[in-house]
Design a protein around this ligand. Structure first.
Ligand code: SAH
Ligand code: SF4
Ligand code: F3S
Length: 435
């Protein structure tokens, strides 16, 4: 009998990467092998993203390609699964637009997938059953130096542009002991770093061993008791959940890395209000001040949307001024994309050329800040955790405590080693070091 083989493609954020790993673990447990190419597989899973229009379109064009494989392998019992956020948001529409899809499963119900395949009786599973999901998943380490751990899911914030509250459901936090058990598994396989994931990771409020609700600062301190764990990071945070206890833990806990991804989206109070972000620019600046008081070297990163409906030249200038004031070490920026079902959907009044011009101006300012930041380390020593091999012979890639990518040449294998390395060169996006 031919062996079952699964191929999975992940779109979108790190939470999808984590989910894809869990889906692979579920099917490995059913004796599936992992295929590196969809051509070799008889089960193809597209783990999709709905955040911007382009991401969702990509799924439909990939379905077209997979259909061709499906037709060519009529004898292979070939199944196509659409998982992730598009499955959740547009399950019914996918059924109509792409009848070749066999199963549709949302981000909070994919633990049902092996069963759905066996019974073949359900095409759509889109319940928000977070609790049940995490209990039924399998957590095998990929053997990586750094491992993602989803600790929180969903969002209750309802920013007016964003689909996440509809695709991932309400905020949910996993219990502390479940998270510790998962991390211990990864540490046994040699992991040194854990990256806590959540759509609003700092809204974490899981149940502790004493039956009481615990916040993220508690969880960070708790897992840092695990001796083999050397580095802790978390993403993505919302400014209104940046509590004083979380800010303080950046000083008191040395395993917590001095890097924070804290999206603001815009530097204009008017636009922040329109976006329903629940805070203004001063509120964000105050958090940065408090963070820098506790940990002066903390590296800050953010997300921005340009061309939001009603964004005037002045609003955009405010964003540029804000970026100049804060000085980000890296940041991501996007052109506003109208999303179905969101309150901002109907409004989109900035011409594309203007949006593109603003994006380009913002990105060059951000790139300049990143370049200067990286340059400031040349000649200094930094603690780097090396994670993988680079493209060139004897080259290894790691990350600094500030999350920069660092390249090094070495005759000996540096993977999974923490080294105090000298930075000898910098580019816009990375650092080069020597032992
Ligand atoms: N939970 C996080 C991030 C969610 S999505 C937060 O609250 O910040 C990641 C990023 O995608 C967002 O920070 C935002 O910058 C961008 N994004 C979300 N919806 C978008 C849309 N409709 N158009 C363009 N960018 C969007
Ligand atoms: Fe989306 Fe806002 Fe929730 Fe972030 S906080 S996931 S941007 S709704
Ligand atoms: Fe995309 Fe869903 Fe993540 S919409 S960004 S995959 S939470």
């Amino acid at each position: 009998m031919q062996k079952n083989k699964i191929y999975i493609k992940s779109y979108g954020c790190q939470m999808n990467v984590y989910d894809s790993n869990r889906i692979l673990d579920l099917f490995k447990n059913q004796n599936y092998e992992i295929a590196d190419d969809p051509k070799e597989a008889n089960l193809v899973v597209l783990n999709t993203c709905h955040i911007r229009e382009k991401a969702a379109e990509k799924m439909y064009s990939d379905i077209g390609r997979i259909n061709k494989l499906k037709r060519e392998s009529a004898t292979k019992n070939f199944k196509l699964v659409i998982a992730g956020c598009v499955a959740q948001a547009e399950g019914e529409e996918i059924k109509l637009r792409a009848p070749s899809v066999d199963f549709i499963v949302g981000p909070q119900s994919y633990h049902n997938l092996p069963n759905m395949l066996k019974t073949n009786d359900s095409i759509l599973s889109d319940e928000f059953t977070q609790n049940e999901k995490f209990k039924n998943l399998i957590y095998n380490s990929s053997g990586g130096v750094s491992e993602f751990v989803s600790i929180q899911e969903g969002c209750d914030k309802f920013c007016s542009f964003c689909v996440v509250p509809y695709t991932r459901g309400p905020e949910f936090s996993r219990p502390v002991n479940e998270i510790v058990i998962e991390i211990e598994k990864y540490l046994k396989k040699g992991a040194k770093e854990i990256i806590f994931l959540g759509q609003n990771v700092n809204a974490y409020h899981g149940i502790g061993g004493d039956g009481k609700s615990k916040d993220l600062s508690y969880l960070i301190d708790k897992v840092s008791e695990l001796e083999n764990l050397k580095r802790i990071r978390y993403m993505t945070s919302h400014p209104i959940d940046m509590t004083d206890s979380l800010i303080k833990v950046h000083k008191s806990n040395h395993k917590l890395m001095p890097f924070l991804h804290l999206p603001i989206q815009s530097g204009s109070n008017k636009i922040l209000k329109e976006m329903n972000r629940k805070h203004n620019v001063d509120f964000y600046k105050k958090i940065v001040e408090k963070l820098r008081d506790e940990r002066s070297d903390i590296a800050l990163s953010s997300d921005f949307i340009v061309g939001y409906p009603g964004e005037s030249d002045k609003d955009f200038d405010d964003t540029m001024k804000f970026v100049n004031d804060i000085n980000f070490v890296i940041a991501y920026s996007f052109i506003y994309s109208q999303r179905p079902g969101t309150p901002a959907q109907k409004k989109d009044n900035i011409p594309l050329a203007e949006k593109k011009a603003r994006l380009s101006a913002l990105q060059s300012l951000l790139r300049e800040q990143q370049k200067n930041y990286n340059k400031s380390f040349v000649g200094k020593k930094m603690e780097i955790l090396f994670e993988k091999k680079g493209r060139h012979t004897n080259q290894f890639i790691g990350r600094s405590i500030y999350n920069q990518s660092v390249f090094i040449k070495s005759e000996s294998n540096l993977i999974n080693k923490i080294i105090d390395a000298k930075i000898i060169n910098s580019t816009d996006f990375a650092l080069e070091s020597s032992v």
